[in-house]
Design a protein around this ligand. Structure first.
Ligand code: ZN
Length: 655
């Protein structure tokens, strides 16, 4: 986790149909290298007919499979399904990417018109009894079919997909809130680059001379670290936590209703609640396992947070009581006193291109032997996007990588990774992967300087990109891994951002208050999704404090990273009963990072082993087995506790 990453793993949705086929740019694979999307030929008007035609084609293909007079075989059913829907996959991947990172009213209209049709299309496939009978026949005989491991896993996966089907994807929540600040004086303390960006944001909304602070999706907002004006901090905090709570965009009842519907769906499928249904597919297996991991950490995390609150209160004195809008400002003051390091001072070192080339790419070269070359000849969907061709250690072209780093009004909040084209030996495609972030765009003529958090976010998302680029899977359906394993490659990549020990210490300190925020949000998610199916509609404003108190984590100065009304990860982002996954993956990444340490650190040999045993394997095997083979044992939680400053390392002799 760490940093709001919404992974949108190629939801290879089974979608539906109709359009003027010959001229549409999605009718055939793109002729560009790596089948890169031909953005210079794609206009908004082409998406809807392509989606409709894609659904049509897919339905025709699937019906042919279902009605095949021959008995069901792996090739004529399972492999045929893998091949079906190619046009729909092409258009959906590009459309899905643009609606997140570069949307506009035309795309939004198509999105809302097509969503119910796509859901119905998915049902038409997954609820087709003839098709299911064929899949089940193969599943039932799989032991006698002599399939290789990957094929066998594909059969099991297909069968489970049918059994678990029936979900409607809720619409995406969008938080486009912002506050207007009248004078520059009120922004005292904020770095100049951020003030310039706030002035620019106001200008672009017709408020020249004023300043706009746009809200990021988390409860706590980055400017809080710097703003000296306490009443502005309070105003910013209140604007953040009030999102969705009352007013024209009230979401309090939507969340509660979703939780209820999800519980009822889980019951229909034979599970006691939604969390149990969801975790059945994950590495954690049960809600109890996930909840235990978190509640075991609550005492140490909250004790640490209380200790920090005490030190901040000492700095403040008796003038006022520490409030949540003071937390980051005084945390920074304590940090300066302890380490003599402050964010605004380290910032100038992190120029964006240096971080990308001398940091992120450098590490990937050192570990995996990859090299990167910018391609200015390929079309992009927005002028700030840069494309790099990735070459493997033996000179083979491996992938294309798109970097879309700067925030803009038509981009969703957070950071994520996705693919325009997925890797598949079966389909003969190589990966075309993108990273999207929300770094502040500098004022014209200024260099883009990143905060330390931005730097780790860039490493994090690139870890997801590596996972996609280094995949050697055959079948596209096995490209995705469980939610609680999927953050492992991204989080381990963050470790390479910190070599010098001063930054390691700085980062450790920085994380402690974050742990409590994160645990609050993850436990809240579990509380909503552990409600039994017959529960009445809950009042979000009463349910939330009750749940946090039950888990002993209701600490007003450290509110959850997300409140119910804007927790879009779990309502619309696919992380329902799954927000714990970041922590679960962190157990893996810290433990695996310690393996690197124990074996000589960042070397090509160690990188190659990780590449072969984890990154290339996608979802082709049980992740617990993959991990055990790499580490030589099951993961343990100690490295995480040490890395988060919750437990002392045996080799740490500092007082
Ligand atoms: Zn991630």
């Amino acid at each position: 986790m760490k940093r709001h990453c919404t992974l949108f793993v190629a939801l290879v949705l089974l979608l539906p149909r109709l359009a003027p086929a010959q001229t549409n740019p999605f009718s055939t694979p793109s002729p560009l290298p790596f089948q890169a999307p031909a953005f210079d030929k794609i206009s908004d008007s082409e998406f809807q007919p392509a989606i409709e035609e894609g659904m049509n084609q897919r339905l025709t293909e699937v019906e042919a499979i279902a009605n095949n007079a021959e008995p069901a075989t792996f090739a004529n059913t399972i492999e045929a399904m893998e091949r079906s829907g190619a046009m729909l996959v092409r258009v959906q991947r590009v459309f899905g990417a643009l609606t997140q990172s570069n949307t506009n009213p035309a795309l939004q209209k198509i999105q809302s018109e097509e969503a119910p049709k796509l859901a119905a299309h998915r049902d038409a496939i997954y609820l087709n009894p003839k098709l299911f009978a064929r899949v089940k026949a193969i599943y039932d005989q799989r032991a006698s079919l002599n399939l290789d491991r990957e094929s066998n896993r594909l059969v099991e996966r297909s069968y489970r997909d049918f059994v678990r089907a029936g979900a409607l994807l809720p619409d995406e929540d969008k938080n486009d809130a912002a506050i207007v600040v009248d004078t520059k004086e009120e922004l005292a303390g904020l770095p100049d680059a951020d003030i310039a960006a706030a002035a620019e944001a106001a200008k672009s909304r017709g408020l020249t001379g004023k300043y706009i602070l746009t809200l990021q999706n988390t409860t706590q907002q980055p400017p809080q670290t710097y703003l000296k004006n306490r009443s502005l901090r309070e105003r910013l905090f209140n604007a953040s936590v009030q999102r969705g709570n009352g007013g024209p965009n009230d979401t309090t009842k939507i969340g509660s209703r979703l939780a209820q519907l999800r519980a009822q769906r889980a019951k229909l499928l034979g599970f006691p609640n939604y969390a149990a249904f969801n975790l059945d597919e994950e590495m954690a297996k049960t809600p109890d396992n996930a909840i235990k991991l978190m509640t075991d950490m609550v005492p140490a995390a909250t004790a640490k947070a209380r200790d920090e609150a005490g030190r901040m209160q000492t700095l403040i004195g008796s003038a006022f009581k520490l409030q949540p809008w003071d937390w980051q400002f005084y945390a920074e003051a304590v940090r300066k006193a302890d380490y003599n390091v402050d964010e605004s001072q380290v910032r100038p070192y992190f120029e964006i291109n240096r971080v990308l080339r001398d940091g992120v790419f450098f590490a990937a070269n050192k570990l995996y032997g990859l090299t990167f070359e910018e391609r200015k000849d390929l079309p992009v969907y927005q002028p700030d996007v840069h494309i790099f061709e990735v070459t493997d250690v033996d000179g083979t072209p491996l992938a294309l990588f798109y970097a879309d780093f700067f925030s803009r009004p038509n981009k969703s909040g957070g950071a994520w990774t996705g693919s325009f084209v997925g890797e598949s030996k079966f389909l003969g495609t190589k990966p075309v992967v993108y990273n999207v972030e929300n770094f502040t765009k500098p004022a014209p003529g200024q260099p883009a300087l990143l905060s330390f958090t931005d730097v780790t976010t860039m490493f994090h998302e690139f870890g997801h990109a590596l996972h996609a680029m280094l995949s050697t899977i055959k079948y596209p359906s096995l490209g995705s891994t469980p939610r609680d394993f999927v953050e492992f490659p991204s989080q381990i990549n963050e470790h390479w951002a910190l070599e010098p020990s001063v930054f390691a210490n700085y980062a450790k300190h920085y994380k402690t208050g974050k742990t409590t925020e994160y645990l609050g949000a993850a436990l809240l998610d579990m509380a909503w999704h552990s409600l039994p199916p017959d529960t009445a509609l809950q009042d979000a404003n009463a349910f939330e404090p009750e749940a946090l108190t039950r888990f002993h984590i209701n600490m007003p100065e450290v509110p959850p990273r997300y409140h119910t009304t804007y927790f879009s990860h779990v309502w619309g982002g696919g992380y329902a009963a799954g927000y714990y996954a970041y922590l679960w993956s962190e157990v893996l990444d810290d433990d695996a990072f310690y393996w690197f340490r124990e074996h000589g650190g960042m070397s090509r040999a160690n990188g190659q082993r990780f590449r072969e045993m984890i990154l290339s394997r996608g979802g082709t095997e049980d992740p617990a087995a993959l991990y055990r083979a790499f580490r030589g044992r099951d993961p343990i939680v100690e490295p995480l506790l040490i890395e988060r400053g919750l437990k002392r390392s045996p080799t740490d002799t500092r007082e």
